[in-house]
Design a protein around this ligand. Structure first.
Ligand code: ADP
Ligand code: MG
Length: 730
């Protein structure tokens, strides 16, 4: 086993335990803590920041608005709070660290003194930060009670930090030393920052000769990339700032380039395959509907329909994501798209994630379809057996042209005569499994065209990555005449004022939504607060002067529908609901959206809810009720909501705040490839450049068969780029 590793041809596959100073124990630790086992993997573990000994700041110059600062200072005293013992009697009586809540470590660099504060890991830091010793502190200064301090700074021994210079031989001629991810276990196991630097130097001299260049010469020239060897050397041991920047750019570019190349390649393969249903006509039904529209389409709607038409007549299967903010008129686009399929002799289905939404779609669509005479039907879980039988027959013999429904549409006993188009609304609510079931409904030899609609605006950079193999259309324009929605933040004390405002609005003939969070369907407390809230509303807005409807997920479908209809038809003034109303319902007369415990909702959910109002011609309001205490993130979300109505802006901010992995609506798909150094939130520009480059390469050489693209072929064969084919599951 050992020997086998030793003799490995490629230095990169060598186990790190054979590096000087590692051994089996430390290598096991590195494997466990950082998932680094081979020299190749170690080389690809990049510093997350750098200590630059030329850039210490003086304590007297620190201001609270500064970003991260680096200070070289001596510990002067240590104070412990929550325990009677303090640094005055640092003796052998053992401290009870579990009773200590906070530790203040005062530091001085001769120009001033300041406090650093620790709430966690106190024992570890207490033993390290002895008065009289020098350290390098790194952190974000904040102002607390009029004094500047740093909470939980990173701490490196000053002796270690100051050797950043020439100690590491030829690798490090610069002044910057990489700081690597670490854990307490690694540090206590002797793998300190200094040891990591040493290891890295050894790893580079052993491994670098075996590292093959991953970008073709011509692309490096075209895109201004430094060679991989230069990049790897400088990411670990930067010669200077400029070299570090070049190294970072190269490594980020490479990562994003291959991600895009692998995604786009699938798309090129698909668009060359001649496997789509050709739908060359627009057809009579489309024209009749179009001519009877009560309003002109917006420019964005027209553009998107043209994009869709081009797909459908191309002979290739359409796989398109349609993004549009709430209220941007996606339903209209769906109807016209369905009618193109009809005009070419095919059936179309429109799938919605909830019963309520399917019903709403069905109702809305019917008024547009009236002039066309196309037979349309609704199929949901609560369709009666007799109806169901009739619908099944109509789908099988082709007499039903457009079917609207929920998951019931993809049950095995549903058979289409010739399904040519599937439209999926609010795509993220459908699981991958369900989508692929729909796919298998293909009954005419070729897969149906697929249009996925989402109102969760996905930031461009993320869409490009998640759906790199899909085509994306965006409706970036709202129908004219929409009044802006005024968003207000209020806390409990303002409730009487809120009720007065609600009464005024109701007196003007408007309707009001009140939404309670329902984070977890089984969450008892959530139902309790909804029920308590509904009761209070019915007290403050007594029947018969006011009428209140209540809707939540635990009601029977019939009850839910009855209450919902009452509100939609204007028979109720107030709708108290859980977030079931989040997707879809259209009540143009509703002008106020009150969101209770708004701090518990995510940004995009808040935005979706707000989109339920502002659909009519009246000025609308969204009131965000929160407690007084909020986390920093919650406060930021509320501020953003009050500041902008633009869903894409909010989505970008959301991504910055939470990181792309957490973005609502993307959990199921996730990132196809994990990124090591590039960030979708921060490296949008590099992503664009990498994408353009990948696109240009494939346009010229879709099969990557030319000599100069051999490197690209070789790289794409590597396991990390074997991502699943999204076109098959959407
Ligand atoms: P989305 O599904 O994108 O949230 P909808 O399709 O429900 O939006 O449209 C919202 C409202 O705008 C509907 O009442 C619809 O009839 C109306 N609408 C759609 N397109 C237009 C348009 N071009 N001009 C005016 N109103 C429109
Ligand atoms: Mg909609």
């Amino acid at each position: 086993m050992y020997i086998c590793h030793h003799m490995a041809q490629n230095g990169l596959d060598m186990d790190i335990q054979f590096l000087p100073g590692v051994g089996p124990k430390r290598s096991a630790l590195l494997k466990k803590e950082l998932a680094v086992g081979t020299i190749g993997e170690l080389i690809r573990l990049y510093p997350f920041r750098y200590i630059d000994k030329s850039s210490y700041i003086r304590i007297c110059d620190i201001r609270p608005d500064m970003a991260h600062v680096q200070i070289r200072a001596r510990v002067t005293r240590v104070e412990l709070f929550g325990n009677p013992a303090s640094d005055a009697d640092r003796n052998d009586t053992p401290l009870k660290f579990n009773t200590i809540k906070r530790m203040s470590v005062w530091i001085s660099d001769g120009t001033g003194e300041m406090e650093t504060v620790f709430f966690k890991g106190i024992k570890w830091m207490y033993e390290k930060l002895k008065p009289g010793l020098d350290f390098v502190f790194f952190g974000k200064p904040v102002s607390f009670n009029g004094r500047i301090n740093i909470v939980h700074p990173d701490v490196d021994p000053a002796a270690e930090a100051s050797v950043a210079g020439n100690t590491y031989g030829e690798m490090s001629s610069g002044t910057m030393t990489g700081v690597y991810p670490s854990t307490e276990k690694l540090k206590t196991g002797g793998v300190t920052g200094k040891v990591m630097n040493k290891l890295m130097e050894a790893a580079l001299s052993k491994g670098l000769p075996s590292v093959e260049e991953t970008m073709p010469e011509y692309l490096m020239k075209q895109c201004g990339l430094v060679p991989l060897h230069f990049a790897l050397r400088n990411i670990h041991f930067p010669k200077d700032m400029a070299s570090l920047e070049k190294a970072k750019y190269r490594l980020k570019f490479e990562e994003l380039f291959y991600l895009q190349l692998s995604l786009l390649k699938q798309r090129y393969v698909r668009s060359r395959a001649d496997n789509g249903i050709r739908m060359p006509r627009v057809g009579e039904a489309f024209n009749r509907c179009y001519d009877a529209l009560p309003f002109p389409l917006t420019g964005a709607q027209k553009r998107v329909i043209t994009e869709i038409r081009d797909d459908m007549k191309s002979g290739h299967q359409m796989n398109r994501l349609l993004q549009g903010d709430v209220g941007s008129g996606k339903t209209m686009v769906a109807v016209l798209t369905a009618l193109i399929a009809i005009g070419n002799g095919y059936q179309a289905c429109i799938m919605a994630p909830t019963e309520v939404l399917a019903q709403q779609h069905f109702k809305n669509i019917q008024k547009f379809l009236e002039p066309t005479g196309v037979r349309t039907a609704l199929l949901t879980g609560s369709s009666k057996t007799s109806e169901r039988r009739e619908v099944h027959a109509g789908l099988e013999d082709g007499s039903i042209g457009i079917i609207v429904g929920t998951h019931a549409l993809i049950e095995d006993n549903v058979v289409f005569r010739n399904l040519g188009l599937a439209i999926i609304d609010e795509q993220h609510r459908f699981g991958v499994e369900q989508r692929s079931k729909l796919w298998r409904k293909a009954s005419c030899g070729a897969p149906p065209h697929v249009l996925v609609m989402t109102a969760t605006p996905i930031p461009r950079t993320l869409a490009m990555t998640l759906y790199g193999d899909l085509d994306v259309s965006v409706i970036d324009e709202l129908p004219p005449g929409r009044k802006p929605i005024q968003t207000i933040h209020a806390t409990e004390g303002k409730r009487p004022a809120l009720y007065r405002f609600m009464r005024d609005q109701i007196a003007l003939g408007r309707q009001i939504f009140i939404v309670y969070p329902l984070i977890n369907e089984t969450e008892k407390l959530d139902y309790q607060s909804l029920e308590a809230g509904a009761e209070e509303i019915m007290n403050k807005f007594p029947f018969p002067e006011y009428k209140t409807a209540v809707v939540h997920g635990k009601q029977l479908n019939d009850v839910k529908k009855f209450n919902m209809d009452a509100f939609a038809a204007g028979r109720a003034d107030i709708l108290v609901a859980t977030s079931v109303i989040e997707v879809g319902v259209d009540v143009p007369n509703a002008s106020v959206m009150v969101i209770e415990s708004a701090e518990r909702f995510g940004l995009s959910q808040l935005h979706q809810l707000r989109g339920r109002v502002g659909r009519g011609s009246e000025k609308s309001f969204c009131v965000l009720m929160t407690g007084h205490k909020m986390s920093k993130e919650s406060r930021r979300r509320i501020e953003l909501m009050c500041a902008t109505e633009n869903g894409f802006e909010l989505a970008e901010e959301d991504m910055k705040m939470r990181g792309p992995g957490d973005l609502e609506g993307t959990q199921q798909s996730g990132l196809p490839i994990s990124l090591n150094i590039a960030s979708l939130a921060k490296d949008g520009l590099i992503l664009n450049a990498a994408r353009d480059c990948a696109d240009a390469v494939l346009r010229e050489d879709p099969g990557l068969t030319s000599d100069r693209n051999q490197i690209l072929r070789r790289e794409l064969r590597k396991e990390k780029y074997q991502i699943k084919d999204y076109s098959k599951i959407s």
